[in-house]
Ligand binder design. Structure first.
Ligand SMILES: Nc1ncnc2c1ncn2[C@@H]1O[C@H](COP(=O)(O)OP(=O)(O)OP(=O)(O)O)[C@@H](O)[C@H]1O
Length: 443
């Protein structure tokens, strides 16, 4: 569902909103949205003091907001984008530019929700959703190399598979994955370029390398930060000109593929330290997509655990978990991100016998929390008690929502060691939205 949000009161504002709503069959007008209504794509007029609040609400609902402004109305585009707006457009008495933008956003969302993406990279948290939008936009609507970054186990290889599947390259050729940690420099990149018979000791026959195998498809260089420095200019030539020579050959070969690179390193630092070539880096980083660590996707933890358990047991329905197990899972750390979570779920699946939920005894001893107290969520009754008390004192639903949100903000900032950026990522809002919220609550 797509929405036009008409927050303004002036007749001109309403006229604009009506014109926009006529621009797309799915668009609807709402005047005072509730968080649950902010699904899909939202277009709103800007004449509202509630705009920042709406943007914060939209960010946590995975909704897009295109802010439509009248010509001459001064707005701060960069701060609005930092607050979570998707774009800022000037109303020119023509709904078509807005319609075109909407159609693109809807197309990207549809691809993000389609089985080749959603069934492979599971999860619905705002941080992951944004990364998937970036990935789909680069893969489907851009043509250059894509650099996927993220901590170990965040799904970079899966993301490369998804990018291959949704890009034009996925329709004809194969996805060829090369793990750069396994490339032996003194074979001069035979894995990538192939070699002629007798090119070096052990080259008993001609070999076609990954560049040939990926022709018409996608070449993924996993752990690209480990690619030997001396091979980078040759690969740069392949990416730019589509030409390369097999090791020991005189003749040029032609190839054409989409390059996707993945790394958990900060390549800019490697460039500065001279460990990675700057020209190669800027070529492979035409589009950059950063996958969030699991700690920044708290809403995905339990659903993914449940689906990993059922996957390991060959069950269609996600496994249930008891509240104690849920608390223990939430308090655990996952340095290997999704890989850790999946392996833990598989260990649990080997012990758990259904029907019925996963129980504390299903957690292997080495995966159990230390001590008795940490297996129960002592905060839940306290919060409920305090909500009851506030209700008795006459707090409205809106005030209660703010009250709980304030507690969540405080907890996120505390747990992030005072870092607004990390807290904002955990809460699924932008840094600016969090700063604005705090500033507003202080006044
Ligand atoms: N969103 C996800 N949904 C389901 N499974 C996932 C998701 N992300 C990662 N996984 C699983 O986690 C494991 C690690 O994923 P993957 O190998 O793609 O991560 P990576 O970032 O490439 O890791 P590394 O940097 O260590 O190579 C795999 O078993 C993968 O199936």
């Amino acid at each position: 569902m797509t929405w036009v949000l008409n927050l303004g009161v002036g007749s001109r504002t309403k006229a604009i909103a009506r014109a926009i709503s006529g621009a797309h069959p799915d668009l609807r007008l709402v005047t005072s949205p509730e968080p649950g209504e902010l699904t899909g794509v939202v277009v709103c007029s800007t004449f509202s003091r509630d705009l920042e609040q709406t943007l914060a609400m939209a960010a946590s609902s995975n909704a897009h907001v295109i802010v439509v402004s009248e010509a001459g109305h001064r707005l701060e585009p960069w701060s609005l984008l930092a607050c979570g707006a998707t774009d800022l457009m000037i109303w020119q008495d023509d709904p078509r530019p807005i319609q075109a933008r909407l159609e693109r956003l809807i197309e990207v969302e549809n691809v993000v929700e389609s089985p080749p993406v959603a069934d492979v990279i599971r999860g619905t948290s705002p941080a992951l959703r944004q990364a998937l939008r970036d990935l789909v936009t680069a893969a489907k609507f851009g043509g250059g190399p894509i650099l996927i970054t993220g901590e170990t186990g965040t799904g970079k290889e899966l993301a490369a598979k998804v990018a291959h599947a949704v890009s034009a390259a996925g329709r004809s050729g194969h996805l060829v994955v090369v793990d750069c940690t396994t490339i032996v420099p003194n074979l001069s990149g035979s894995e990538l370029f192939g070699h002629e018979r007798g090119a070096f000791t052990g080259a008993v026959s001609v070999r076609t390398g990954a560049c040939a195998a990926a022709n018409g498809g996608t070449l993924m260089l996993d752990e690209v930060g480990e690619l030997p420095l001396e091979l980078q200019p040759e690969l740069l030539r392949v990416v730019q000109e589509g030409m390369y020579k097999r090791v020991g050959a005189d003749t040029w070969q032609h190839t054409s593929f989409r390059l996707i690179c993945a790394t958990n390193r900060v390549l800019e630092d490697d460039v500065t330290a001279g460990r990675f070539r700057a020209d190669f880096y800027y070529r492979i980083a035409a589009y950059s997509v950063q996958l969030p660590p699991l700690r920044d996707r708290p809403g995905d933890l339990i659903p993914l655990f449940r689906s990993f358990v059922s996957e390991a047991q060959g069950q269609a329905e996600p496994a249930e978990v008891t509240p104690e197990v849920e608390v223990a899972l939430r308090r655990r750390e996952y340095p290997g991100n999704l890989r850790d979570l999946r392996q833990l779920a598989h260990r649990v699946a080997s012990r758990h016998v259904g029907p019925g939920p996963v129980t504390p005894g299903d957690l292997p001893p080495s995966d159990r929390p230390l001590g008795h107290d940490s297996t129960t969520d002592n905060h839940a009754p306290t919060l409920m008690d305090s909500i009851r008390q506030q209700l008795r004192q006459g707090m409205t639903l809106r005030e209660l929502r703010d009250y709980v949100a304030d507690l969540a903000v405080t907890a996120a900032i505390e747990e992030s060691g005072g870092s607004i950026r990390a807290a904002a990522a955990r809460l699924g809002v932008t840094d600016r939205a969090l700063q604005l919220r705090r500033a507003k609550r202080r006044t």
